[in-house]
Write a protein that binds this ligand. Structure first.
Ligand SMILES: *Cc1c(COP(=O)(O)O)cnc(C)c1O
Length: 754
């Protein structure tokens, strides 16, 4: 194999590997992977899945594909023998900027598992030119620049397939690009991404600003155009319609080519609507079926049987509602269909709260999804329960049979095999390699929790990963961190419900305690990675407060040895792969009931970190599996939180006034020292938000958080063997959170593929 790889690479480079430059070798590797991927395609005979999503946060693909194709070690050795380093070549690969956070990463993990399980399933999305922005910190604030990830040699290959899409009275040509999705010793599926040839990156001005009116030039420049202005909101509808119209045409073409007569579409296709961004695929498919001779009523039934919907949030503001006028402007051809669907929905119930078009003329995308798909799933047991009991209770009463849970998962190929080779090898030596495709086998590690030699070995791997992260941070951001310290990591999108501000208050509290001579049992390095949406002011204020506090703590010789705060720039999949294997304590501290599932929590657990978290999302299921003695749980329950919201009587100021520790921590945000280094306006806004509003109830959980986190520090410092035992139990119990399990359940209950 190694020899064959060497010969192919030499041929593709056009010269001996050792004489080619790194770019040439990278391009050759890309071609080699493509060739091999194409040999693993399989004909589709039965039903095929189309997973439509506005985001696919796939991460870098070279190593992942080499692993999945089973040639990683051989390729690395072959390159080494020719004086090339695979990890250096990987530095040349830009990370595709096609997603924002967990939603997009989930879609990517699902594609991996589909191909690995040999199921026919392709993704459908958009080929954003600059995706989400690139983040850096200047002067202690988030700065946004375009992330131009598309290069000459990109995984997304241009095709000759073009579909017409009419929007706002003009017809655009949506061109298909395709990326191969390799399965681990499995088949190759495809990620289909649409784009316009006319999109013009020259339109981008200062930062990530651009002319929002020139649709043919701006349509796929960025993921999630700023929706604080109307032009940005309308642009989102344009993007969504491009994706679903081109996607629906692709689906119908592929099915027709396999013999579908459109009346039997659901025998050929299953369509999963990932959150509400692709919801217009429902009326669009009805429209296209009518064009192909199917009557409206039958078209509605076919589409309902074909489509299924995944709900990802209970945050009301995150469930899309578009003014009818916007849809009238962009997709007038869909409006009569949406109105007929609204009439149909209203005929099924007296309950006007489930209508699609409300009395204000807002079109509720999620409502359309629930009425006109056959399956509605939540993404963790607690989340699904909350949907049934409160958020979607009216719909649950109407369609109990549609509701089901599919607890999220992650692909172990990327989040263990690729990102933590030392741990992977150790596990393989102990229990064999069966866990790579059958994650439940990790439980065979459990007997080792009584084996001190094994526990020390696992602890040593963690220690090495921490040194590696420290080296990387020094090179990348010029910060020195103490690898002997406990590493607590909170990396995820910046959002008030995820409560980075609670972590901020803890760090301030700890700063005061150290100043008062109460040093912790072990130094703490608190690491953050997070992007804030460009128009989300308070989120940016939280970043600014953390960056400012980090300086205050570092400048003080009394606190610097005990506490360090590091904010990693530009959090993305590549950064996550560095952070997660080096983590001791995984911060999953969202307000209970607000995090639908979380998947970061699963990645950290799999890599031997202990969770410090609330009983929220999949944390609940992690706690169930590892047992309460192997996780640090704190804070209000989801019932208490939901109750408090119902009562509407939460008053942050009362908590602030009643508790001197809370007051001390909150007030430090606008202390002289902070204002001297930071921006007073921003710090004051955050202070006032916490005292005057605190919509995500940070203050009631503050004391419990301090106690639990300090307990974790003490356990880590005083009983390292006990700590390692807990870590190993977490690894052993992580099998359930493999996306292979999740996908097998989707297939069993919803898709019935092949
Ligand atoms: C897994 C992942 C997420 C999701 O993290 P949560 O903690 O579940 O919000 C976000 N971004 C990246 C880059 C990830 O890899």
């Amino acid at each position: 194999m190694k020899q064959w790889i060497g010969e192919r690479l030499t041929a593709l480079c056009g010269c001996p590997i050792g004489e080619a430059d790194d770019r040439q070798v990278y391009a050759a590797l890309l071609k080699l992977v493509r060739e091999l991927s194409e040999t693993k395609q399989q004909p589709v005979t039965g039903r095929k899945l189309y997973y439509i999503s506005a985001e696919f946060l796939v991460g870098k693909l070279l190593s992942n594909n080499l692993i999945n194709l089973g040639i990683y070690d051989e390729t690395r050795q072959c390159l080494e023998e020719n004086g090339k380093s695979l990890s250096e070549l990987e530095e040349l690969e830009p990370e595709p900027s096609l997603g924002n956070g967990g939603l997009g990463r989930l879609a990517a993990c699902f594609l991996d598992s589909l191909a690995t399980l040999n199921l026919p399933g392709d993704g459908i999305g958009l080929r954003y030119h600059c995706g989400l922005f690139r983040q850096d910190f200047r002067g202690g604030v988030q700065n946004e620049t375009p992330d131009r990830w598309l290069t000459d040699d990109s995984w997304a290959q241009c095709t000759e397939t073009v579909y017409p899409v009419t929007m706002g009275g003009k017809t655009y040509a949506a061109r298909l690009y395709r990326l191969p999705v390799t399965g681990y010793h499995g088949r190759t599926n495809w990620l289909n991404l649409f784009d316009l040839d006319t999109v013009n990156e020259g339109l981008i001005g200062e930062g990530i600003s651009f002319d929002q009116t020139k649709i043919e030039e701006n349509l796929t420049l960025f993921l999630y155009p700023d929706d604080s202005q109307e032009a940005g909101r309308v642009l989102r509808i344009y993007q969504q319609y491009l994706m679903v119209s081109a996607g629906a045409q692709l689906i119908l073409d592929e099915c027709a080519a396999r013999g579908c007569n459109f009346h039997d579409l659901d025998k050929y296709a299953a369509i999963q609507i990932n959150d509400t961004h692709p919801s217009m695929v429902i009326p669009e498919l009805i429209r296209l079926l009518e064009q192909r001779g199917v009557e409206f009523d039958e078209a509605v039934q076919i589409v309902t049987r074909t489509c299924a919907y995944t709900n990802h949030t209970i945050l009301a503001e995150a469930l899309e509602k578009w003014p009818r006028a916007y849809l009238e402007q962009v997709v007038p051809q869909l409006l009569p269909i949406i109105e007929e669907l609204d009439t149909l929905a209203r005929s099924r119930t007296e309950d006007a709260s489930t209508a699609i078009v409300d009395e204000k003329g807002l079109v509720h995308m999620a409502h359309m999804d629930i009425h006109f798909t056959h399956s509605v799933n939540g993404v963790a047991a607690l989340h699904t329960q909350i949907l049934k009991d409160s958020e979607l209770a009216n719909f649950y009463a109407l369609y109990p049979e549609k509701f089901n849970n599919k607890t999220n998962g992650i692909t172990f190929r990327r989040w263990l095999l690729e990102c933590n080779p030392a741990l992977t090898q150790e596990i393989a030596q102990r229990i064999g390699t069966g866990f790579e495709q059958d994650a439940g086998q990790l439980e065979r590690l459990l007997p080792l929790t009584e084996d001190e030699e094994a526990l020390r070995r696992f602890a040593a791997i963690k220690a090495e990963n921490k040194v590696r992260l420290a080296d990387w941070l020094r090179q990348k951001q010029g910060v020195q961190i103490n690898p002997q310290a406990m590493f607590a990591i909170q990396s995820k999108r910046l959002h008030e419900y995820k409560r980075q501000q609670l972590n901020l208050l803890y760090l301030i509290h700890q700063y005061f305690e150290i100043k008062a001579g109460h040093t912790p049992p072990v130094p703490l390095v608190s690491i953050f990675g997070a992007k804030a949406a460009p128009a989300y002011t308070i989120a940016k204020d939280i970043i600014h407060a953390l960056l400012t506090l980090s300086q205050v703590v570092a400048n003080d010789p009394e606190t610097a040895p005990w506490l360090q705060i590091v904010f990693v720039e530009n959090y993305n999949v590549t950064v996550a792969e560095k952070l997660i294997p080096a983590c001791d304590l995984s911060e999953q501290i969202s307000l209970a009931s607000k995090e639908a599932s979380g998947t970061g929590n699963m990645k950290f657990m799999l890599n031997g970190a202990l969770t410090l978290g609330t009983m929220d999302g999949a944390n609940v299921e992690i706690a169930q599996r590892v047992g309460m003695e192997n996780i640090y749980i704190f804070g209000q329950s989801s019932e208490q939180v939901i109750h408090r919201y119902r009562q509407g009587d939460y008053c942050a100021r009362q908590w602030y006034e009643a508790d001197p520790n809370i007051r001390r921590a909150v007030d430090f945000i606008t202390d002289e020292q902070m204002c001297a280094l930071g921006h007073e306006e921003s710090l004051k806004r955050l202070h006032d938000e916490l005292v005057g509003k605190d919509w995500f109830q940070t203050l009631p959980d503050f004391n419990a958080y301090v106690v639990r986190k300090n307990q974790a520090l003490a356990d880590y410092a005083c009983d390292s063997l006990g700590w390692s035992r807990k870590c190993l139990i977490n690894i052993a119990k992580a099998g359930y959170f493999s996306s292979d399990r999740t996908i097998a359940e989707y297939n069993r209950d919803i898709w019935h593929l092949g």
